[in-house]
Design a binder for this molecule. Structure first.
Ligand code: BTN
Length: 267
């Protein structure tokens, strides 16, 4: 992939979401650059417009929980989208909507079912194909903006084999080019972001694509350490419900959860 092919694909396929865009050969992290842009706008007393940042590679890509996101050129979609938000409903619906849009698009392109592991891991055949990292900046009366970071594995790489992930080119033979796939992801996002703030819609769509089954044991982080609970569905606000020894726990999409495996904790 090169920048002119990416420009062409975005010009041809995407709508208003990618009208303001920054396309780069290489960057530390598209989320870091997007955060810098948001702060520049806020420093001038204005909210940033919807802006897309795409890089062909990242040398310090960030994953959730401070993990690195290894981003070799040509092997992944690495992008961030700046979105202004108005209130807690927008922020609560955002991770759910982004997960839903990308998950559906991965299924559509790859023909294999993609599901969502709470809060926003994109899973195919039980392996992670992509992830979402949302950073927020709030500047008092000026506003609040979210930076939606998206990393999707397009091609198999050494780094991916080491973490047991899966790439799109492993599940579909005639995969479109990476620029076209990125454009498709942006179109899917634009469609779902039209529902920002609509929590019943976001929660309902998320529930349909959830990888979790009633009775699955999941773990969550507390100040005292990790705790276990049993998956008991989602509430109407899109919070995940866990039944634990401390009673019913509700987790928002901003909170951490992982599958519980005996060998990781009891050995
Ligand atoms: C996760 O840990 O599952 C989230 C991974 C998010 C990675 C993407 S790649 C583009 C954007 N820039 C970053 O530094 N991280 C996100």
């Amino acid at each position: 992939m090169n920048l002119s092919r990416l420009t062409e694909a975005l010009d041809y396929r995407t709508g208003k979401l990618s009208r303001n865009r920054v396309l780069l050969d290489s960057i530390d992290s598209t989320n870091n650059l997007a955060l810098r842009l948001v702060r520049l706008f806020f420093d001038r007393g204005t909210s940033p417009p919807i802006t897309v940042v795409v890089a062909l590679r990242q040398h310090s890509g960030r994953g959730r929980l401070g993990r690195p996101w290894v981003s070799p050129p040509g092997q992944g979609a690495y992008l961030s989208v700046i979105v202004g938000t108005n209130g807690p409903e927008d922020l609560a619906s955002l991770p759910l909507l982004v997960g839903v849009g990308l998950c559906q698009k991965i299924s559509e392109i790859s023909g294999g079912p993609c599901s969502l592991k709470w809060p926003n891991d994109l899973m195919v055949e039980g392996r992670k194909i992509g992830g979402i990292l949302i950073d927020c900046v709030s500047r008092g009366a000026v506003g609040t903006a979210a930076v939606i970071g998206i990393g999707i594995n397009y091609g198999r790489s050494q780094a991916l084999s080491e973490v047991g992930g899966i790439a799109m080119d492993e599940i579909v033979g005639d995969l479109p080019g990476l620029p076209e796939v990125i454009a498709e992801f942006l179109m899917a996002l634009e469609e779902e972001l039209a529902h920002i703030g609509d929590i019943p819609y976001a929660a309902g769509r998320y529930r349909e694509l959830s990888a979790h089954r009633y009775g699955d044991t999941l773990q969550y982080r507390t100040e005292e350490g990790m705790r276990r609970g049993t998956f008991s569905g989602f509430d109407e606000r899109g919070f995940l419900i866990l039944q634990s020894t401390e009673g019913k726990i509700r987790l928002s999409a901003g909170e951490v959860i992982e599958e519980w495996t005996e060998e990781r904790h009891d050995s």
